[in-house]
Design a protein around this ligand. Structure first.
Ligand SMILES: C[S@@+](CC[C@H](N)C(=O)[O-])C[C@H]1O[C@@H](n2cnc3c(N)ncnc32)[C@H](O)[C@@H]1O
Length: 266
């Protein structure tokens, strides 16, 4: 499988997003996602699965910032899993964090494995999300909770110039994502059997951060980014990040927090 996360991409993303992160907000945002839901989930004593854990920053934050005792991060990219293990060693973390390389498709995990499934900006890689939501149901224990965040579209078909420009930029950079609407996420989770589904629009926060990232690329981070990506690479990244800001501002692109519950006793 062709990796979407080359060394240079990882180095530039972690410069912007923070050590161990391939998505906005760092560990404070992981905490916001956990806390922003109605009836914020207390992770102490819970077994948490971090689906699409990337470089391990989210899993580390779930343990250290959100007090989960036992976090398993899974990902389909061997290089990311390796870096996640190295991150945990670097920060001197304990047995709270484990990581496992998996194949795309049903997870090699038993039914009722997790109390909480967390995911951050990983579902957007999946074209057909229905089998993934069904597998979340299988792996969550009854009464367990799915919590996460992702990029979504505001409506079913986003035809705005700003949105299309951003998608074109991603495609021409060889990046593969499938963005679907907030409604499609809600319907998909409900169809898989989840209840109390909440899709919470966090676009305002994301827009503010997105604008900040563009300013940094054009300002203080420029010299290091030039070393990592070269003139053309950095110019392409700035175009993509600016297109994303335009699409967020225009409202066709959203970033949302999600929460859903598997029926059963709490
Ligand atoms: C944008 S990164 C986000 C990583 C991490 N959650 C973060 O916020 O820093 C998306 C991650 O999802 C992983 N991924 C994509 N498809 C997956 C799948 N079917 N199962 C597990 N992980 C997957 C990718 O390899 C990548 O590491």
């Amino acid at each position: 499988m062709q990796s979407q996360y080359s060394e240079a991409v990882i180095a530039s993303m972690t410069l912007i997003f923070g050590d161990g992160f391939l998505s906005p907000g760092g560990e404070d945002e992981v905490k916001r996602i956990i806390q922003s839901q109605t009836g914020a989930t207390n992770l102490a004593g819970r077994k948490v699965l971090d689906w699409g854990c990337g470089l391990g920053g989210t899993a580390l934050a779930l343990a250290h910032k959100c007090h989960a005792d036992d976090v398993l991060g899974i990902d389909i990219e061997a290089g990311n899993i390796q870096l996640a293990k190295a991150l945990v060693n670097r920060y001197g973390c304990s047995s709270q964090n484990a990581f496992q390389l998996v194949d795309p498709g049903p997870m090699p995990l038993a039914e009722d494995f997790a109390d909480v499934i967390f995911t951050k900006e990983a579902l957007c890689h999946i074209a057909d999300k229905a089998p993934v939501f069904a597998d979340f149901q299988r792996v969550l224990r009854p009464g367990g909770v799915f919590i996460g965040s992702d990029w979504m579209t505001g409506s079913e078909i986003s035809n705005s110039e700003a949105y299309r420009a951003w998608e074109d930029q991603l495609r021409s950079a060889g990046l593969s994502f499938t963005f679907v609407s907030m409604t499609a996420h809600r319907d998909g989770l409900e169809a898989a059997g989840f209840e109390q589904v909440e899709i919470i629009d966090d676009t305002a926060w994301t827009l503010e951060h997105g604008e900040g990232y563009v300013n940094r690329l054009e300002g203080p981070d420029r010299p290091r980014m030039l070393e990592l990506l070269g003139e053309d690479g950095l110019a392409g990244l700035i175009v993509r990040c600016s297109a994303r800001v335009d699409a967020l501002r225009n409202g066709d692109l959203r970033r949302c927090h999600m929460r859903a519950r598997k029926p059963g006793p709490s």
